[in-house]
Write a protein that binds this ligand. Structure first.
Ligand code: HAM
Length: 423
């Protein structure tokens, strides 16, 4: 028997209802903020991610699902390497540039849903195929966009009735500030490497900023001793961050400030944020995260322009969203035919109902009346139509309202109109 690939999940029809609800709520909120949906491909040139997320990041080093295009593929060079996207920001920036939006639209607000792929060790809240809902605003360095994007993340969580989350914010500063911060860390930790965990020893050489958000207590204590604050930020970046905070305060959006928040992707500059929730369990506590990436568009060949966005993990959102009501009874009419003749008539009725747009289904398993009724109940059908010999003779159909528990005979000629009115 075949099994799912580890770290992937089947989203079965009874769960899809919750996904659709989440998508519907998110879409409504995005449209209130005037964001437009974008659907980039799931597969991209692997080099796009190496370039944007950073060669030294964990995702690029260990987690990419790579596909080597076959030499016979005439559409590509023999040694092309594709990747299933580990995130969507880089794809959206690529699409923005490739479709010349940096020259035409310039300022654009996008939102997206979709699967992402990372070859991680599967555990609770961490999958190899997971889904994100997110947004990207490209074309402005204005602080008002930082405020809108964080307010939008907060609004989404409120719209999904999620409580007890914390928005943590920080500023990494411009690339020069990031270099200053990296130098501060290197100088401060140079002779303490023996006390840092193995991962941080690797990070020291490759991606020193990530030592700031190491989960090991020893590493955290050592980093605290360095007294990292916002002193490495240049005046412009300090002023920008100050305005972000004032804006959030004026909108009464609660946040915590952490100088240790750095994020795992290289493209970030200035404002970064993470939304954490204690209810996720396991080692993962981030519901979502985001930040500015003011250099990415030009790094990927576009105009110099600011950008910011965020993404939530949908599986994680669903883990902490309050238990939803289950799927309501559908406005489905379930037709039960008894006997050969009524089956033939039933086929015609089914067609008439569907032509009229009435959601209808029937028993395809030749069940007994009792078993077919049970099936209608399992399907949460709102109405049941029964056609037996008796009804056939009278040119009627027995109509049952499953919610009210009432039943009556209706003429076969009038049943379509009767149901159209009800639905
Ligand atoms: P990220 O922090 O890598 O950021 O991922 C965002 C969210 O996706 C995480 O907070 C988490 O909820 C979810 N997530 C990540 N990996 C997994 C996994 N293996 N299993 C389940 N959920 C996961 C980004 O992806 C950036 N592109 C966000 C962004 C958009 N920054 C700017 N714009």
């Amino acid at each position: 028997m075949f099994k799912r690939v580890p770290g992937t999940k089947d989203i079965l029809p009874d769960q899809v209802f919750h996904w659709q609800k989440l998508e519907e709520t998110s879409r409504n909120i995005f449209s209130v903020y005037n964001y437009k949906e974008i659907r980039p491909p799931l597969v991209e040139d692997a080099a796009l991610f190496n370039r944007s997320l950073g060669e030294a990041t964990e995702i690029v080093q260990k987690q990419m699902f790579l596909i080597h295009s076959a030499p016979a593929d005439s559409a590509s060079a023999a040694n092309d390497v594709y990747a299933l996207r580990p995130e969507a920001t880089a794809s959206i920036v690529r699409a923005y540039i490739e479709n010349s939006l940096d020259k035409t639209a310039r300022f654009a607000k996008f939102y997206y849903f979709g699967p992402m792929f990372r070859m991680e060790r599967p555990q609770k809240g961490r999958q190899r195929q997971f889904h994100q809902v997110g947004c990207e605003v490209i074309g402005s360095q204005d602080v008002a966009v930082d405020i809108e994007v964080i307010a939008l993340a907060d609004r989404l969580l409120k719209g999904l009735a999620i409580k007890d989350y914390t928005i943590v914010i920080n500023s990494l500063g411009c690339p020069e500030d990031k270099k200053k911060l990296a130098a501060l860390l290197r100088d401060g930790l140079q002779d303490k490497l023996g006390k840092l965990c193995v991962d941080c020893n690797n990070r020291f050489n490759r991606n020193v900023l990530r030592i700031l958000d190491c989960k090991h207590q020893d590493c955290q204590d050592l980093v605290k001793e360095l007294g990292i604050s916002d002193k490495h930020l240049c005046q412009d970046c300090q002023a920008h961050f100050e305005k972000v905070r004032t804006g959030l305060d004026s909108l009464k959006i609660k946040y915590e400030l952490s100088h240790f928040l750095v994020r795992g992707l290289d493209y970030y500059t200035r404002t970064v944020f993470e939304i954490i929730h204690g209810g996720l369990g396991g080692q993962q506590n981030a519901l979502g995260a985001g930040g500015r990436y003011d250099n990415l568009v030009s790094d990927l060949g576009g105009e110099v322009t600011g950008a910011i966005g965020f993404a939530f993990g949908i599986e994680r959102l669903l883990m902490v969203a309050p238990a939803q009501e289950s799927e309501p009874r559908q406005k489905l009419a379930y037709l039960i035919t008894l006997g050969e003749q009524s089956r033939a008539q039933g086929l015609l009725l089914l067609q008439r109902l569907r032509d009229a747009g009435v959601p209808t289904d029937t028993d395809f398993e030749n069940k007994s009346l009792k078993a077919a009724m049970r099936k209608a109940d399992d399907l949460k059908a709102k109405y049941v139509l029964i056609m037996g010999d008796n009804e056939l003779q009278k040119n009627t159909v027995m109509f049952k309202d499953m919610e009210l528990g009432e039943q009556k005979e209706i003429s076969l000629d009038g049943i379509v109109e009767a149901l159209q009115e009800l639905i």
